[in-house]
Design a protein around this ligand. Structure first.
Ligand SMILES: [Zn+2]
Length: 127
């Protein structure tokens, strides 16, 4: 969203810049004929400032918007990782020691849960 706003501001800036450069040509023409006025100088200067401000603001919006999008994407990815880890831990816990059942991994000797397919100790398939 911020990226789109930034591009709109940039488009406005380039539009403003084209007006500025047109008026600057007119002013230089007037200057050559000695017909320039302080008002014209002020107008051209303020249009230049406006165009530059729009360029800088638009660029900042685009950069900031991309940074926000990138950090949101990496935040979502880290949440996925946390969920994956929680799932894995829950799965391993269901396979851990159940009192009264004597079943052990043939590779590492760890006690297995009844019906467990994977050893919680060494991770090898036991069923
Ligand atoms: Zn094992």
């Amino acid at each position: 969203m911020l990226v789109i706003l930034g591009f709109l501001v940039l488009v406005f800036g380039s539009f403003e810049y084209s007006i500025y450069s047109h008026n600057k040509d007119t002013l230089e023409w007037n200057e050559a004929w000695g017909a320039d006025t302080p008002d014209q100088h002020e107008l051209v200067a303020s249009q230049f400032r406006l165009a530059m401000a729009a360029f800088i603001l638009g660029t900042l919006f685009v950069i900031f918007g991309i940074a926000v999008l990138a950090s949101a994407a990496s935040f979502n990815r880290s949440i996925d990782d946390e969920e994956f880890k929680a799932d894995l831990i829950a799965t391993l816990r269901t396979q851990q020691v159940v009192p009264g059942v004597k079943s052990f991994c043939q590779y590492c000797g760890r006690q297995l849960a009844p019906g467990g397919v994977w050893c919680p100790g060494c991770g090898r398939r036991v069923a």
